[in-house]
Write a protein that binds this ligand. Structure first.
Ligand SMILES: Nc1ncnc2c1ncn2[C@@H]1O[C@H](COP(=O)(O)OP(=O)(O)OP(=O)(O)O)[C@@H](O)[C@H]1O
Ligand SMILES: [Mg+2]
Length: 222
């Protein structure tokens, strides 16, 4: 059995820069000779993407928080079993755009189900399977507001402002991520995300080098 890949999740509020950094890190790791899989949640497997469509279609209050959490974990189970675990086992580094901490933050804190409920659901579905490392992008929702609205103003992206309720929701999610980062400090790295794209990228590479170079895991398996 060869060397296992690493499983790295990218977390944070809407517009915090996750997808931007995953694209950059994928290029860096590929240029160093790593096998990389960039994937996302909800989605990432054919079944997971079907559930993503279910979650995104229709009225925004179509699902209550618990139904949403159950759908997300159905999709996550499919994604983990069919895509993520097989990739890690063959030595691929998996970079995942959102994972369990998004459910903890959005359904647990944003929707008010509570962290414990989400942790129980996680244990039931995935046991103790968590990412080896989770980057949590730290930028308050007030600061990403403009970025998110810019994207929404594109055709088909919906509203052109946040109302007070929506801002309060994003604030709960943001604060929830801080609770998660503290509770799961052994696998979480909080990344200051108010700085430039380049500065964030350097910080991410620095954290990876510190975490994985000692174990030799940063050496490409060629
Ligand atoms: N450090 C940064 N400074 C300024 N703008 C940024 C920075 N990082 C990303 N952006 C821009 O902000 C927007 C949102 O970035 P991105 O799509 O990477 O965020 P995200 O966290 O993936 O959002 P979502 O959760 O909604 O998918 C993009 O237009 C991106 O170019
Ligand atoms: Mg994104």
């Amino acid at each position: 059995m060869g060397v296992k890949g690493q499983f790295i999740a990218f977390e944070g509020c809407e517009g915090s820069g996750k997808t931007t950094q995953i694209k950059l890190l994928t290029k860096i790791l590929v240029s160093k000779g790593f096998d990389v899989l960039a994937t996302r949640e909800p989605g990432g497997s054919p079944g997971g993407e079907d559930v993503r469509t279910l979650l995104k279609q229709g009225h925004e209050n179509r699902w209550d928080g618990l139904s949403e959490a159950l759908l997300l974990y159905a999709a996550r189970h499919d994604h983990v079993e069919k895509i993520i675990k097989p990739a890690i086992d063959k030595g691929t580094w998996v970079l995942c755009d959102r994972f369990s901490d998004s459910s903890f933050a959005y359904q647990g804190f944003g929707r008010g189900l509570g962290l414990q409920t989400l942790e129980k659901l996680h244990t039931l579905v995935l046991g103790d399977f968590f990412p080896d490392l989770t980057f949590i992008f730290d930028i308050p929702p007030q600061e990403t507001y403009e970025r998110v609205l810019r994207r929404r103003s594109r055709p088909g992206q919906g509203g052109d402002r946040f109302d007070d309720m929506e801002m309060a929701f994003h604030q709960r999610v943001y604060e929830g991520y801080h609770v998660i980062a503290q509770k799961y400090a052994h696998r979480c790295a909080v990344i200051q995300a108010t700085v430039s794209i380049e500065a964030i990228q350097e910080n991410i590479v620095g954290v990876l080098e510190k975490k994985f170079s000692d174990s030799g895991a940063l050496k490409p398996h060629v």
